[in-house]
Each structure stands twice: as C-alpha cells, then as structure tokens.
Design a protein around this ligand. Structure first.
Ligand code: SF4
Ligand code: SF4
Length: 336
C-alpha cells in the first residue's frame, strides 16, 4: 500500500505546534510506517523549492500551523493549498490568529514600535526598526509584515481544524489517526480530535452558579482554591465559552482557562461569549456593582480575545470602520 504523503508547515507562530507533533514520541515511529514526510522545514532539511517542484495535489495531508503574519506566510499558504489534497489548520494561530492576532488592535507598525522601541527592558538608543534587506554580500531579504494577521481559513480554503495552543499531543494523535483511517470529515463537524462539549462540561470544579467577589483578580495576585470554580472565586476563566479537547489541562494545574481551544459549537465570537458568562455570574446584582467588577479586569481585549481577536466580530467591526469611517455595520455571515 502506498504511504500517505504528509507535510507540516510553520507560519506566524511560536513553534509550540511543531513541538506538539514531536511530543508524539514513539507514535512517530508508527506514523513513519504509514506516512512519508515530504515537507517539514522546522524539523528536517526541506526547502520551499521542494514544494514548488511538486505537482498540484501531490501532498495528501498538510498540517499548517501559524497565522498569516507575513507576505511569505501568505505565499506558502497558497502554495501548500494547491499542492495538498487536505489542508488542515493546526493549532490556535492557524485556526483563529491566536496571540499574534492581538496586534491587529493597533496594527503592524505599532507592533514593531512597541517591540523594538517601547517594550520594558528594550534598549534601542538609535531607534532602529527591523529592515527588510541587508547590505551583506549574500543579500538577505525578509518578507514584509501584512497589515493584519489572518487565520488560515481567511486566506485559503481549509478542510478541517485542530484547535489548541498548542494542541494536546493525545488529541494530535487522535486527529492524525482520524485523517489516516477515515479521511476528512464528510460534513458538519470539521474539528478533529475534540470532544463536542464546552470546557465547563469537563471541569471537575464545584460551581454554585454565582460570582462571590466584588472584583476580579489576576492569577499572580492570589492562590486560587483548587476545588472551586475559578470564575466564582474572581479569576477570569474562559471555560464557559471554550471548546473541550484539552482534558482541562490548565484547570488541573490550578490555572484558569484562557480559551485556547476556541469557542464551542454555535458560538460565533468567543470574547463576547466569555464576557456574557462573566456578566451572568453577577445575576441579581445592580448595574453599578457589575460595572465596578468589570472595571477591575485588566486588559479586557487580551483577556477575552487572547486567541480569537483576528477572527472576532470586534476586529471585523474595527476594520470596517477604518475602511469606511461613517459605517458601523458588520458582516452578517460568520466566517468560521
Ligand atoms: S468557569 Fe472555569 S473553573 Fe469554572 S467550571 Fe468552567 S472551566 Fe471550570
Ligand atoms: S484549559 Fe483552556 S487555555 Fe488551558 S489548554 Fe485547555 S483550552 Fe487551552
């Protein structure tokens, strides 16, 4: 039987998704019996020219991790789309833009200024920003930053999604097996390797259904009780608006969920759904008390949209406003 041709690519990401694949450990040996890796530049010596030389549809499955941050990310996404029979958005950056997508709030130019000129600990007395070309003999050209970070499905057609930052290795193995034995999901559910519930449904913590404190704390300000619901103790937890799939990894380590598995089925905008759950926890309290509690949340966009800002309605609205200053309408159709 012919082996499956498998590719793995890393675009605008931190490398954690590639590590999640390496974490498969001895399963990699099982994988090697049924699949040939034909492109994985992060781990093996492949060049882009290798993919350019392939015919369309040559690769059976590509696991594409990372957001579309640079012109090169966009070019490779289009190239791998044409060369792959199945293109899988792998990990939170590819499925939703993840943390790189937060730079859309102020744009790429500001992100560079913030990182190279203003960030605490940065010493850049000459005020230098990264250029795109060097004067070295073998001139080095860097790809340009795109004005907005995009998720993979916003630039090419995606066949299925593996969520998580990074995806948990058991889920990765489940997703790869699902692809190898059953092929692509035929219709409806296109999330691979996950449980259809929300994280709260998997969470072992005790809930009473109401937030018991007047203000929110950040995790470094107090040690949470290890049995009670984080949200009810006053730590923002994204569990009510997050897809299950990680086996409550952070919760078990006494850390609130930040939402990296994206929204559950039927939820279009994860950030507003987390906010909804927070407000619902104050049911019965007056508006002033709720507003005071909400005002205690530091960095609301980073808290509610840490993983999903690039695909959020808020980002869509901001883009629309920038394009047409008088308009406030958003697209009615969800993109996911
Ligand atoms: S909000 Fe967080 S801590 Fe509370 S039940 Fe849901 S996942 Fe568990
Ligand atoms: S608990 Fe939340 S943030 Fe942690 S791995 Fe699971 S989905 Fe991601």
């Amino acid at each position: 039987m012919d082996k499956v041709k498998l590719a793995v690519y890393w675009a605008g990401a931190c490398g954690g998704c590639d590590i999640a694949i390496v974490e498969l450990g001895e399963h990699l040996l099982e994988l090697a019996q049924v699949a040939d890796i034909v492109f994985w530049p992060c781990a093996m010596d492949f060049k882009l020219a290798d993919v350019e030389a392939m015919s369309d549809g040559y690769i059976d499955i590509t696991l594409f991790n990372g957001s579309i941050r640079t012109d090169e990310d966009l070019h490779v996404a289009k190239l791998l789309r044409s060369r792959s029979r199945a293109l899988i958005a792998f990990g939170s950056c590819a499925t939703e833009g993840c943390v790189p997508g937060l730079s859309n709030v102020r744009g790429s130019d500001y992100a560079l200024e913030r990182a190279y000129l203003e960030a605490p600990g940065t010493e850049n007395t000459q005020g230098m920003l990264p250029g795109r070309a060097s004067n070295l003999p073998d001139s080095l050209h860097l790809p340009g930053l795109r004005p907005q970070v995009r998720a993979l499905q916003d630039v090419v057609t995606v066949d299925a999604f593996v969520r998580g930052c990074p995806p948990n290795y058991e889920q990765v193995w489940k997703a790869i097996n699902q692809l190898l034995t059953e092929g692509l999901p035929r219709s409806g559910e296109r999330l691979l390797g996950v449980d259809p519930r929300s994280l709260c449904d998997q969470c072992p913590r005790v809930r009473i259904g109401k937030i018991r404190v007047p203000r929110f704390k950040r995790i470094h300000e107090a040690i949470p009780d290890s049995e009670q619901c984080f949200l009810e103790q006053g730590f923002i937890c994204a569990g009510p608006a997050t897809h299950a799939g990680c086996s409550a990894a952070c919760i078990k380590a006494n850390m609130p969920c930040r939402g990296c598995y994206g929204p559950p089925e039927g939820v279009r905008d994860q950030g507003s759904a987390i906010l909804d759950a927070v407000v619902a926890g104050f049911a019965g309290q007056n508006d002033a008390a709720i507003q005071e509690a909400l005002a205690s949340i530091v960095d609301p966009i980073g808290t509610f949209y840490r993983y999903s800002y690039a695909v959020s309605l808020l980002n869509q609205l901001a883009e629309h406003r920038n394009a047409q200053p008088e308009a406030v309408a958003v697209h009615a159709e969800p993109k996911r």
